[in-house]
Design a binder for this molecule. Structure first.
Ligand code: FBP
Length: 262
């Protein structure tokens, strides 16, 4: 079998990306439910949990913390991102190049594309630079494919999410991160549209353990290869406990209720 570009950030073809770019994207409010998680050290420690196949952070955190974790954590460097203080049409500043990500030791790069935004054309062109730069340095490319903006009334409808998955394939992503479209069937459609690109679901904020794990399990049954999750792990009182359960559901394909009972 040919090596898969995302092998460095997956295990047995499955991935659990721990996303921690929230300090930029949403601000300190995301750390309020579990104040210890404002400290990036807490999250780098959490990323050493064996369920986690990569940690997605912005450049500043990678520079400050990754040198101490490079043996234990796979780095997914998010190349663009914008704060919640920005109120314009969805857009994302390019904060880091693929070349600098490689210098920092990244195994993969992450990039948000807001298909449907007034800025879609510019974002796709920026993605091109990131994608081609990543290819030069043998880093996998993960697209946060979040259609939203101007004419898009429902950025979470199954059709829009499938289109987002397809954008990832068309533009050269190895992994496409999409919102969970609400059912296994709809997730199956998105997976089909992504072709050989892996599809991972976004974590979101659902609080009920079993319902959340049921969505993850449905996504895996539909052919998704895992999850990219932030708040649904680090905002919980016991982040390690939900990581244990996610590991069982994603890698052992355990039933959610059984995964929680362990
Ligand atoms: P969550 O699991 O917390 O939803 O994080 C996934 C993620 O894509 C983060 O990487 C990003 O910061 C955030 O969601 C963006 O969410 P949105 O743009 O929907 O507010």
């Amino acid at each position: 079998m040919l090596p898969h570009a995302a092998d460095d950030i997956s295990r047995d073809g499955k991935s659990l990306i721990l996303a921690y770019d929230h300090g930029l994207e949403h601000g300190p409010v995301d750390f309020e439910p579990n104040p210890d998680t404002a400290d990036p050290e807490r999250i780098f420690e959490l990323a050493t949990h064996e369920a986690v196949t990569s940690l997605a952070v912005q450049k500043g955190l990678a520079e400050a913390y990754y040198p101490d974790y490079e043996d234990e954590v796979n780095l997914l460097l998010k190349l663009n991102g914008t704060s919640n203080l920005w109120r314009g049409e969805p857009n994302s500043a390019v904060n880091c190049t693929a070349e600098y990500a490689a210098e920092l030791g990244a195994d993969a790069v992450g990039f948000t594309v807001y298909g449907g935004s007034n800025h879609e054309v510019a974002m796709a062109e920026e993605f091109r630079d990131a994608q081609e730069g990543a290819r030069e340095h043998d880093m996998a490319v993960v697209m946060w494919s979040y259609p939203r903006g101007q004419g898009l009334r429902n950025d979470a409808s199954p059709d829009v999410i499938s289109y987002g998955a397809r954008l990832g394939l068309e533009l050269g992503a190895d992994v496409v991160k999409v919102k969970y479209p609400g059912s296994a069937e709809a997730m199956g459609d998105a997976v089909e549209m992504a072709g050989p690109a892996d599809v991972v679901m976004s974590g979101g904020t659902m609080r009920d353990d079993e319902a959340f794990l049921r969505n993850v399990s449905n996504a895996i049954d539909a052919g998704a290869t895992g999850i990219a999750v932030g708040r649904n792990v680090f905002q919980r009182d016991e982040p390690e406990r939900i990581l244990d359960a996610l590991e069982a559901v994603i890698f052992q394909e355990s039933d959610p209720a059984e995964a929680l009972a362990v």
